[in-house]
Design a protein around this ligand. Structure first.
Ligand code: ATP
Length: 256
């Protein structure tokens, strides 16, 4: 297991956003959280990344309990994420946005950085090379010098994924990666995510409303409704599940 959530509950005052949710993600698995708006998916992401502390329950990453750690400590352990609303630095180009992801690995003094000497130049060169290779993997190396926020929505999503990959994650959390994409852009992104899993040997947890995308990509899904797990397993079985159909899926056909 790479990630294990044990009986997670999260309350915001009177609102019970998550109600005793437990699940595990295996090494190399692509796992999706699905469910209607307000079901608690983003709250679970925020608990895994340390942005929220659970009201009760525990989170384990590679067998280490992490729910008391700070977000940057969790990034250091190997969990990276992207956001539902893309968060790129508007004053920076694509390459600089990706370089931000290497922050935790940059080892040189403030003086070396300020005067651009010693370890600074060597380390910067190396990370520059690595950033280019991640951008190449995602098919956007030719955009390295473009202002990140001037790119199309789909390209910006890829830059965010590239920045997350620069932190050298073992588990990548993607919050609605296909949102705003048309069907062929979604297909292309699904292929890219499968390639990332293979080439970087990572596990992936994603939130997604696009069921075609989930069906193409995910080994298993967890369906949440009002903070409670109503199904865990294969999407092809979820579509047969009465409670899931009533809460969320309607007439989605997993065979199409
Ligand atoms: P969506 O698909 O719309 O993003 P979601 O499944 O991600 O929805 P959450 O955003 O996790 O759902 O919200 C779950 C519940 O918790 C909702 O009722 C929401 O209003 C509430 N909630 C989430 N964050 C907070 C917060 N910081 N303060 C108060 N209530 C919150």
């Amino acid at each position: 297991m790479i990630l294990e959530l044990k009986k997670i509950t999260k309350k915001f005052g009177e609102i019970q956003a998550i109600n005793e949710t437990s699940f595990c993600i295996k090494e190399g698995e692509i796992f999706a959280l699905i469910g209607p708006n307000g079901a608690g998916k983003t709250t679970l992401f925020n608990i895994i990344t340390g942005n929220y502390k659970p009201t009760s329950g525990e989170v384990f990453f590679q067998k280490q309990r992490i729910n008391h750690l700070k977000p940057y400590e969790i990034v250091h352990l190997g969990i990276a994420r992207t956001f539902q609303n893309i968060r790129l630095f508007s004053s920076m180009n694509v390459l600089e946005n990706v370089m931000i992801g290497f922050n935790k690995q940059m080892k040189y003094s403030v003086l070396e950085a300020f005067f651009h000497f010693g370890r600074f130049c060597k380390v910067e060169k190396e990370f520059n090379r690595k950033a280019y290779s991640i951008l190449e993997e995602l098919g956007i190396a030719d955009l390295a010098n473009e202002k990140a926020t001037s790119l199309s929505y789909g390209q910006q999503r890829k830059v965010e994924i590239a920045r997350a990959m620069a932190t050298n994650p073992k588990l990548l959390l993607l919050d609605e990666p296909a949102a705003g994409m048309n069907s062929s852009e979604g297909d292309e992104l699904a292929d890219l995510i499968l390639k990332l899993r293979k080439d970087y040997k990572i596990s992936i947890l994603l939130i997604e409303h696009d069921m075609k995308f989930v069906n193409q990509l995910c080994d298993r899904v967890l369906v949440l409704d009002y903070g409670k797990t109503i199904f865990e397993g294969k999407l092809s079985d979820a579509v047969e599940h009465k409670e899931v159909i009533a809460a969320y899926l309607g007439d989605f056909d997993a065979s199409s």
